[in-house]
Design a protein around this ligand. Structure first.
Ligand code: 5AD
Ligand code: SF4
Ligand code: FES
Length: 347
């Protein structure tokens, strides 16, 4: 199924489009993405802003800059934002984020649905952030295979598969809407690994999933395996098939049309929406920082001001046959059903 081509692929995509329409509707919700800081204590072997990449100029946005971006999202009626950054698990960072959440809520009357994506943190810190007003947390497991995880990360305590899965458990216990996901087309990754990723999302009962193709970056250790990668077009098709299968298996969750799709194909995000995704994350980071947040090559919207993305997105989403819903949080229906005690819709 994941490698479906031709007629089989068309049937898969059509079934996913139908499930999307039935269970989440042809509606797309936006999450304004704030790339808060590229400082990171980690050294993931695939990532362009890994600690050992000394060619990156490190930055952390000021509170004023983050609040201005949040105001922009509020005024543009995006309704939700994601604050994303490298993994810094210090007490100072924990306080900074709690303070930032207060400021954002004060500036926007608590009207924004806030997602955090700041890596693995202690249960205590995650609890503090939840209390300060974060509703959702994104932490991609990257791959559900411990063996593959070990191949794409340094083999030290800071990059531990078990710790990552434990953190996902804390998020669930603390009442966050839990987002996770994986990369597709990694070196050494098999189709069985990808099938296991989907089962993993089901097992942890994810409320949202973001999956994107792996895009090699020349200043990373994994770059030396570039010859062994599936061609970009194949990674893209595989990602689209993963989205379609996931939509069929977890019908009412939020699925992101990842920006990395667009690095491989100009219409990557639209294709993701047609395959079953229902969330888009327009970048609202100040343009002066975007060039320093390059997790992978050919990242889109690096030079575009937020306003340009806004009009561009509207047209693109329409091209995919969907409509952007402004002014609504667009919480995962899956999460809402669970809260209401309804039986899960998972297959
Ligand atoms: N290609 C694609 N995605 C990447 N990420 C990091 N590096 C790359 C890359 N080279 C993704 C990871 C991480 C998210 C923020 O970006 O999945 O969780
Ligand atoms: Fe840091 Fe995330 Fe990049 Fe890993 S993927 S090096 S944790 S920013
Ligand atoms: Fe940024 Fe199209 S979404 S330019």
């Amino acid at each position: 199924m994941l490698q479906a081509k031709g007629q089989q692929q068309a049937a898969l995509r059509a079934a996913a489009a139908k499930a999307k329409k039935e269970h989440v509707g042809n509606k797309v919700y936006l999450r304004g993405l704030v790339e808060y800081s590229n400082r990171c204590a980690k050294n993931c072997l695939y990532c362009g802003i890994r600690r050992d990449n000394l060619a990156v100029r490190r930055y952390t946005m000021s509170d004023e800059e983050v609040v201005a971006a949040a105001r922009y999202a509020h005024e543009a009626r995006y309704a939700s934002i994601v604050i994303q950054g490298g993994e810094i698990a210090t007490a100072t960072r924990a306080k900074e984020i709690a303070r930032l959440l207060d400021k954002i809520n004060a500036a926007t009357g608590g009207s924004l649905g806030i997602t955090l994506s700041l890596g693995e943190q202690s249960r205590r810190t995650l609890d503090e952030w939840k209390r300060a007003g974060a509703r959702r947390y994104l932490l991609r497991v990257e791959t559900s295979s411990p063996a593959l995880y070990a191949k794409i990360h340094p083999g030290d305590a800071l990059h531990d598969f078990g710790a990552r899965v434990r953190t996902l458990g804390y998020l669930r216990e603390l009442g966050y809407q839990v987002g996770t996901g994986c990369m597709i087309g990694l070196p050494f990754q098999t189709i069985d690994d990808l099938a296991a990723d989907i089962l993993f999302f089901q097992e942890i009962d994810a409320d949202m999933v973001g999956m994107g193709p792996y895009v090699e970056h020349d200043r990373t250790p994994l770059y030396r395996h570039r010859e062994s990668l599936r061609p970009a077009a194949e990674r893209l098709e595989l990602t689209l098939n993963m989205i379609a299968v996931l939509r069929l298996m977890m019908k009412d969750i939020n699925i992101v049309a990842a920006t990395a799709m667009q690095a491989l194909d100009k219409e990557g995000r639209e294709k993701a929406l047609r395959a079953g995704a229902n969330i888009v994350m327009p970048n609202i980071t100040p343009v002066k920082y975007r060039g320093e947040y390059l997790l992978y090559r050919d990242k889109p919207c690096v030079k575009e001001e937020a306003d340009r993305c806004r009009s561009c997105l509207d047209a693109r989403v329409r091209m995919a046959g969907d409509e952007i819903v402004y002014g609504e949080w667009g919480d995962s229906r899956h999460f809402a059903r669970k809260m209401a005690g309804a039986p899960a819709l998972n297959m």
